[in-house]
Design a binder for this molecule. Structure first.
Ligand SMILES: *Cc1c(COP(=O)(O)O)cnc(C)c1O
Length: 213
């Protein structure tokens, strides 16, 4: 169920730095999403292609759908007609495929590059060198507009903070070399306060506003 008071609390916290909130609605019902929509939310994040494609036609068309997880190249075609922002582009192969499907749909698709910041082995993403070498002119149907990262799943707040600081500095450097970089997507239910303190301007929050999955 949508938790209105947690939602308003988070809005207060992110207002001073004008950060955006993406409500992560994976595994949540169309009804829950509608409740959030009625409170004014327009940005929703999903990370299963099939689930996203079945919800999208049932919900208002002014919703901006964010794809937030690991995306397989062979599934890009299903979301390319409507997706607002693909967060977590983690390979050149995927960049090429999104560019191709965007062209087919006569669209420019907005993308964030996922940076591997966690010390854990399992997280997807580019490292800093790879990110700086990406040449946006090779992907005319993409609008590469920022970076996204996930910190280690850990209670060690110093570790998490340092990982976010690392992502912020990569973002700052990318802004110098690449045009149109404006989104720094970091922070989830468990670590969004740390992310905000380090300069995040887009939070992806699920369980805190929709309850546990
Ligand atoms: C599920 C998910 C979130 C939200 O997680 P919560 O802990 O529920 O806030 C954020 N980002 C990504 C990439 C996710 O997969």
């Amino acid at each position: 169920m949508f938790n209105t008071s947690n939602y308003h609390q988070i809005l207060k916290e992110l207002a001073p730095q004008q950060a955006a909130l993406v409500a992560v609605s994976k595994l949540k019902s169309v009804e829950d999403i509608l409740s959030a929509y009625q409170e004014g939310l327009r940005d929703f994040g999903e990370n299963y292609v099939q689930e996203l494609c079945s919800k999208q036609p049932e919900l208002p068309h002014d919703i901006r759908w964010h794809f937030i997880g690991h995306l397989q190249s062979n599934k890009v075609k299903y979301i390319a007609p409507f997706v607002h922002l693909i967060q977590g582009v983690d390979s050149i192969k995927l960049l090429k495929e999104i560019n191709k499907q965007a062209a087919r749909n006569h669209r420019i698709i907005k993308c964030l590059l996922q940076v591997h910041i966690a010390t854990e082995e399992t997280k997807f993403g580019f490292n800093e060198e790879e990110i700086l070498q990406i040449n946006p002119s090779l992907y005319p149907h993409l609008d590469i507009c920022g970076v996204m990262g996930m910190a280690s799943f850990s209670n060690d707040t110093t570790l998490v903070k340092n990982e976010f600081i690392n992502l912020k500095s990569i973002y700052d450097r990318l802004k110098i070399t690449h045009q149109g970089i404006s989104i720094l997507s970091m922070g989830m239910s468990g670590d969004y306060k740390i992310a905000l303190s380090v300069g995040s301007n887009m939070l992806r929050i699920g369980s805190l506003i929709f309850g546990t999955r």
